[in-house]
Design a protein around this ligand. Structure first.
Ligand code: IMP
Length: 197
């Protein structure tokens, strides 16, 4: 039985593979290019939309489809970009464009930092049903990007208890504290239960 990830985000695929320590197939390699319309109002709704769209498209109904909908919420920006994190600077925007938009908005408020948190919602869809779990990581964002590790907003995010950005911190440090790890820790027993059915 395979585990299919309803994402083509290279950063996420790498992190899931590391965290779950087993082969994760990106959905494109199984069903090709399918349009997923993420029109939910929450991370949980969007995660379920992604996983259900892919599960409905695959032939092997014994497979498990997992998806992650995640993003960053910045206090000074009224908790934006939130569920719009991947497309904050517009449809098709790059991670760099999105990060720059956040920096520009903070600067226009005369701020050089703001409390912020990441959320990850993971949906697990299989013939045994649908589940969603969440994880969070709190910290602050700054307006000077630092480091090249991680992806997305990591170069401007300093986790609580640290004085470096996730761009500067080792990937193992991120792994030990991240929103995705916390959600995966909750998802693992569910995935194991399904694998052992
Ligand atoms: P999604 O693929 O629609 O869930 O969009 C997630 C977006 O949130 C990514 O494109 C990043 O911009 C941001 N994001 C989520 N998790 C992380 C993370 O761990 N580090 C940096 N950015 C993240």
């Amino acid at each position: 039985m395979g585990i299919i990830l309803a994402s083509n985000n290279k950063g996420k695929i790498k992190e899931f593979q590391e965290y779950l320590n087993c082969e994760i197939l990106p959905y494109k390699s199984v069903v090709g290019d399918i349009e997923i319309i993420e029109d939910g109002n929450s991370f949980a709704q969007n995660a379920l939309i992604k996983a259900k769209t892919i599960y409905n498209a695959i032939d092997n109904k014994d497979a498990i489809v997992i998806s992650d909908d995640s993003g960053i919420s910045i206090k000074a920006l009224g908790n934006k970009p939130g569920i719009y994190s991947a497309r904050y600077a517009g449809k098709g925007a790059s991670d760099k464009d999105n990060l720059q938009k956040v920096i520009d908005e903070l600067k226009s408020l005369n701020l050089d930092s703001s409390p912020a948190f990441y959320t990850a919602a993971i949906a697990i869809v299989s013939k045994w049903g649908e589940y969603v779990v969440h994880g969070w990581m709190h910290g602050k964002v700054i307006t000077t990007p630092k480091g090249n590790n991680g992806f997305g907003y990591d170069p401007i995010f300093i986790p609580e208890g640290f004085d470096k950005t996730l761009g500067e911190l080792d990937s193992q440090v991120k792994k030990s504290i991240s929103h995705r790890t916390k959600a995966i820790d909750l998802a693992l027993p569910i995935i194991e239960l399904i694998l052992n059915k």
